[in-house]
Design a protein around this ligand. Structure first.
Ligand SMILES: Nc1nc2c(ncn2[C@@H]2O[C@H](COP(=O)(O)OP(=O)(O)OP(=O)(O)O)[C@@H](O)[C@H]2O)c(=O)[nH]1
Ligand SMILES: [Mg+2]
Length: 337
């Protein structure tokens, strides 16, 4: 009689993304919950340079994938590059039938009121997710040990009660959780995310995959595009003011002031050019991003192959000189006997 074997049950795959500005502690969180070796940045430079999937077996029936992302406000990459990377990962995984079940957004509590770029990036993050998935978001604060407790609590309250910070998202179903005690709070957050998990499609996935929009026409892309345009307009205004300064200096025949205005003008022109390039990066469909990434990967592989060939050449020449030295020693040994 044929024996029946029970097919071993495959664990359920659950995907959680971790986002937030650079240095907020995303990779640290991923390493705390997964116990995997994750590169954490200890210098002033940003660390995670691309989206990475760290998976581990949480229980025999559950495999957790923590998606570590590079942080906006990176020291090496522009926000347009970061948004492109995240859009690429989200688009590709969605096409392959992978759905996120939650996103954790980390904010360092010592970055008081989400000033400047942190605030703009938070707005971009909200557009990237879309209101419909606010219920699957956990907003959390890190770096509690770097601020006096009463100060941190005051700033936390401000975050929770101010509309442009966390308040609107909390009203729309997001959850706030402190991450203030290392592995213990990391585990509490993960357990909460597992308990409340529900798959969803982020706005940027619907926009780029379902509607076939280019990155610049997505909510997050538009937000970044508007910011870059605003910065460009400000710089043009500054150039206009510099022209007047230059004219005044010319009338006074003040060579030094003329030189200074000229140099500042050149700097501003460079900034405007960089902003234009950034905006051009947003003019990309998922297909274009994929092609560019493939070209980048190919360049990277060619570079590695070149380096490997160099290493092999050095090793070969080293081996040859060692053999020659050994031969000489043997000959000398023989001649002395
Ligand atoms: N004091 C303190 N340091 C922390 C905390 N969380 C992370 N760090 C430190 O902050 C630095 C940056 O942490 P990462 O986990 O690399 O931050 P990240 O968000 O992944 O940064 P990017 O990869 O650059 O986007 C590291 O030195 C961490 O050890 C925290 O809660 N308190
Ligand atoms: Mg990181």
């Amino acid at each position: 009689m044929a024996q029946s074997y029970e097919k071993p049950q495959q664990p359920e795959d659950v995907y959680f993304a971790v986002m937030g500005v650079t240095g907020s502690g995303k990779s640290t969180f991923v390493s705390q919950v997964s116990k995997l070796s994750v590169r954490i940045g200890h210098g002033l430079q940003s660390c995670t340079s691309r989206v990475e999937d760290f998976d581990f077996l949480y229980s025999p029936s559950l495999r957790i994938h923590m998606i570590d992302t590079p942080g906006f406000d990176d020291t090496n990459k522009s926000d347009a590059d970061i948004l492109t990377d995240i859009a690429d990962w989200l688009g590709r995984s969605y096409k392959q039938g992978v759905h996120l079940s939650g996103i954790l957004f980390l904010h360092p509590i010592n970055n008081r009121r989400m000033l400047g770029s942190a605030r703009r990036n938070f707005q971009m993050f909200q557009k990237l997710c879309g209101k419909e998935c606010f219920q699957s978001l956990v907003l959390s604060t890190t770096h509690w040990d770097t601020v006096a407790p009463e100060q941190a609590r005051e700033w936390e309250k401000e975050l929770q009660t101010t509309d442009i910070f966390f308040a609107k998202m909390l009203e729309n179903g997001s959850q706030y959780m402190r991450h203030d005690s290392g592995e213990e709070s990391a585990r509490t957050i993960l357990e909460h995310m597992i308990r409340t998990r529900k798959t969803f499609t982020a706005s940027i996935q619907k926009e780029m995959v379902d509607q076939g929009l280019g990155l610049q026409d997505t909510g997050a892309g538009q937000q970044l595009n508007d910011e870059l345009l605003r910065a460009e307009m400000n710089h043009r205004q500054e150039i206009e003011e510099l022209r007047q300064d230059f004219e005044e200096a010319r009338l006074k025949q003040d060579e030094r002031a003329m030189q200074k205005a000229q140099e500042e003008h050149e700097e501003l022109q460079k900034l405007i050019e960089a902003e234009r390039k950034e905006r051009a990066k947003l003019d990309a469909s998922l297909e274009k991003i994929k092609r560019e990434k493939e070209i980048e990967l190919q360049k990277h592989r060619t570079e590695i192959a070149k380096q490997m060939a160099e290493i092999a050449k050095i090793r070969q020449s080293h081996d040859k000189s060692m053999t020659r030295a050994r031969d000489c020693e043997t000959k000398e040994g023989l001649s002395t006997h």
